[in-house]
Write a protein that binds this ligand. Structure first.
Ligand SMILES: [Zn+2]
Length: 189
């Protein structure tokens, strides 16, 4: 079942209005990457996972006005005229768990740091919360990943790394955390 959302309809009419006589414009049917005078491809562009035309992505998301692909969709088939059909991306459970661990444990570290008066722990915890929230927003808590531009994936990697390590060692880490809370509470650190 082709998914053509209101966002797509809106973006497409915007695009058509702006580039009516210009099929080579970015994101259009013949869209190729936009380059500067030196021939370098301008940053912030990505090839459409559905049809291959190049368009500018934004932090708000990515929509291809040519075929209707948008973030969170995976092309599964093509019609005879080449129009792709999409299915929603499946939630990535391990990724969601990793982001969750990163955020929750960082939050605990902040609380423990405040309780124990450890500024370093509070700062580290706040950093962890920040990267966790960024990854949560970008991936919509594990719902999108496949079609994300590389730069957005890179922004998620600290949370995925930290959260993944925490998830893998959750038990020893819990013990460590208990020790940390005890140690900071009794001012041994
Ligand atoms: Zn497309």
């Amino acid at each position: 079942m082709p998914i053509k959302t209101e966002v797509f309809q809106q973006r497409k009419s915007e695009w058509l209005t702006r580039y009516a006589d210009c099929p080579d414009a970015p994101g259009g049917p013949n869209g190729s990457p936009v380059v500067d005078e030196a021939g370098n491809v301008l940053k912030g562009q990505m090839p459409c996972p559905g049809c291959g035309v190049t368009f500018f992505h934004s932090p708000a998301g990515a929509v291809c006005v040519n075929c209707g692909w948008e973030l969170g969709l995976v092309p599964i088939a093509r019609d005879s005229d080449g129009t792709p059909t999409f299915t929603p991306e499946r939630r990535h459970k391990i990724m969601a768990v990793s982001i969750f661990f990163c955020t929750v444990f960082s939050l605990i570290a902040v609380i423990a740091g405040i309780a124990g008066g450890s500024a370093g722990e509070v700062i580290a915890g706040l950093l962890g919360v920040a990267v966790g929230v960024i990854a949560w927003k970008i991936t919509r808590l594990g719902r999108v990943w496949w079609g994300l531009p590389a730069v957005r994936k890179a922004e998620c990697s600290p949370a995925l790394f930290v959260g993944g390590v925490m998830a893998a060692f959750v038990f020893p880490f819990t013990l460590f955390l208990v020790w940390l809370i005890w140690a900071t509470a009794s001012r041994r650190l």
